[in-house]
Write a new protein. Structure first.
Length: 606
């Protein structure tokens, strides 16, 4: 079997050891390490924190901007008592691809920078001894990768990466690395679908194991009391007087699966489960049968020093700020976030629009500027043959892995299959027809599928929106176009376009809207980049949202300032955050807090 996407947990039958920490590190400046056998061990190394992005740790700009391979090495001790287990090494992610060797033998490779992967170690390790782990991580992008980009190679051989997206291409081992010891017969996968029948909750389930022994299930409440039981690898369990998982008021049961042989427990795996329903009905999105209004942000995994590396302190701080400001939802722009983020969202009752890494699927000069204005030199991303043969395969694989990893999270109420693709092109229609049809075969919960539309494909020109269950719009009227003194006119243009989208009869979420703002810059009267202008801009957008009955959500761009590629339109990164990169509020945060605390989660628009 391929690697399991179940999150590794310690139980009476399983062992998990986190081997993150300080590893050896080496930049492969000439991309020669694979040919020269670096897999057998590194020399002339420096030190690197795992998890982290390596880019912001060094003072050498060539390392920060390195394109190609970097190498990691560590030693791990495998206990003798693990001989009777299946022993895996599991990486939370490696951006954007990796190969792993243990004692010089390849154990796993993986394409895609945001998903976990693991390799079996039993045949390559020495039990009761230290074993050498070497990993090569590569950050190159092209038209066929997810996300997309291009590379320019200069005469001296130096490569410069130009990502087709407006955030820095942080690279490295971004999430924890763990050793996992599993019973020889183990729980491989669990799939749940929840429903509500009056006051009762229903869990339909399917369990895959690596053997043929019996399976029993205990459903535990939050007091760890067994409330229902079941048996067999497939079935349905009803919980009387159920406690529902609700936005802002989460309740999690434990779906505890045991493989047994008589009275002997062979494997034991606990899965947190929240019982709730999600559906689209006419121009509303219903959670537990009630019309929900999305309030929140697009985010990034981004902070100083760590880059995109997982940081539990920043993760917890972000959830505190989301609660403070009155947000009830986020979109995981523009890639799947760490599993620990999703787990916290489950616990906190934060609603998540879960997004694939399919960003940059348009091909133009100064692409992020064009994302807001529709200007730029178009060269036809979806007219390329390799996009319909190679890119689509990688895109589908990214969708498959995302749904396998996140399918059981109650916080996930919608799948976003791409961010700002050029859907003005005729050739985008057959591409996304396949993408949506494929994605819909994967989710037993039938959650809504969508993508984010941007201004290059306004109402009347988008070739793909018919496949989406919900319309997500990234719009910057008053910033990238009609900014400053034209803001009142931008608002009216926006209102008009919203009425066009409303004619589709589908619910609309404004998935991005924002204005770059330098914290501490004040101007009276306002000018663009001042905190006053950001607030005036937001007020104009909110008036437009409230004018359209189909708008059922607003997610400001961005939660916090974040790092981008260098450019004349960015002053040390994107400054559209309601919070600074160090998580302190701008004036706009107080405006949003007041608005969102006065908008109910349910039935905002009757």
């Amino acid at each position: 079997m391929k690697n399991s996407f179940l999150y590794p947990v310690d139980t009476c039958t399983r062992r998990v050891v986190d081997i993150s920490g300080i590893w050896k590190f080496k930049v492969d400046k000439n991309n020669e390490g694979r040919a020269k056998g670096w897999k057998d061990g590194l020399v002339d190394t420096t030190l690197m924190a795992v998890p982290s992005s390596y880019n912001d740790i060094f003072t050498d700009k060539d390392i920060r901007e390195h394109v190609g391979d970097v190498w990691y090495e560590t030693e791990v001790f495998i206990p003798v008592e693990w001989k009777n287990f299946n022993v895996d090494i599991r990486f939370g992610s490696a951006t954007h691809r990796a190969v792993v060797w243990v004692n010089g033998i390849e154990v796993v490779s993986h394409e895609g920078g945001y998903m976990p992967f693991s390799g079996r170690l039993n045949d390559v390790v020495k039990f009761g001894e230290k074993n050498k782990v070497v990993v090569v991580v590569n950050n190159e992008l092209d038209y066929t990768t997810i996300p997309c980009g291009t590379i320019k190679t200069y005469e001296d051989g130096k490569k410069i990466l130009f990502p087709f997206f407006d955030f820095f291409n942080y690279s490295g081992l971004h999430r924890q690395v763990k050793l996992v010891a599993l019973p020889k017969e183990s729980v491989y996968d669990i799939t749940v679908k929840t429903d509500i029948k009056g006051k009762d909750g229903v869990i339909d389930y399917e369990i895959i194991t690596t053997g043929n022994s019996d399976v029993i299930i205990d459903i535990l409440d939050e007091d760890e009391k067994v409330v229902e039981t079941g048996n067999g690898k497939k079935g349905s369990i009803t919980i009387n007087d159920v406690n529902l998982w609700k936005p802002g008021n989460a309740y999690l049961y434990t779906f505890n699966v045991k493989i047994v042989n008589g009275d002997t427990v062979i494997d034991d795996y606990p899965l947190p489960v929240g019982i709730r329903t999600v559906e689209v009905k006419e121009n509303r999105i219903l959670i537990n049968g009630e019309p929900f209004y999305f309030k929140g942000f697009g985010k990034h995994e981004d902070c100083e020093y760590h880059g995109r590396g997982y940081n539990p302190v920043v993760n917890l701080r972000d959830f505190e700020l989301l609660n403070w400001i009155g947000a009830n939802s986020v979109r995981t722009a523009h890639y799947p976030y760490a599993e620990e983020f999703m787990q916290m969202a489950d616990r906190k009752g934060l609603v998540v629009i879960d997004e694939t890494p399919a960003v940059g699927m348009f091909d133009m000069l100064n692409n992020f500027i064009a994302a807001g204005t529709g200007a730029g030199k178009k060269t036809g991303f979806f007219d390329r043959k390799e996009v319909h043969t190679k890119t689509i395969v990688n895109h589908k694989d990214a969708i498959r892995e995302l749904l396998l990893r996140d399918k059981n999270h109650p916080c996930v109420v919608m799948w976003c299959l791409a961010n700002e693709p050029d859907t003005s092109q005729d050739a985008s229609a057959p591409y996304f027809k396949q993408i949506f049809e494929y994605a819909k075969t994967l989710d037993i919960q039938n959650r809504p599928m969508t993508f984010t539309n941007f201004l290059m494909a306004p109402f009347g020109k988008c070739k793909v929106h018919e496949y989406a269950d919900v319309i997500l719009l990234n719009r910057y009227y008053g910033w990238y176009m009609q900014g400053g003194p034209e803001l009142p006119y931008a608002k009216e243009i926006f209102k008009k376009e919203l009425q066009g989208w409303a004619s589709t009869g589908k619910p609309i979420i404004i998935s991005e809207y924002g204005a770059d703002t330098m914290s501490g810059v004040h101007k009276l009267p306002s000018v663009m980049w001042s905190e006053e202008y950001q607030q005036e801009y937001l007020n104009a957008q909110h008036e437009a949202f409230d004018s359209c009955d189909n708008v059922v959500g607003e997610q400001m761009w961005n939660f916090a300032d974040f790092q981008t590629t260098e450019g004349i339109m960015r002053v040390n990164g994107n400054k559209k955050g309601a919070f600074t990169r160090t998580r302190q509020p701008k004036g706009a945060a107080y405006l949003l807090k007041e608005r969102w605390n006065n908008i109910p989660d349910y039935n905002y628009k009757k």
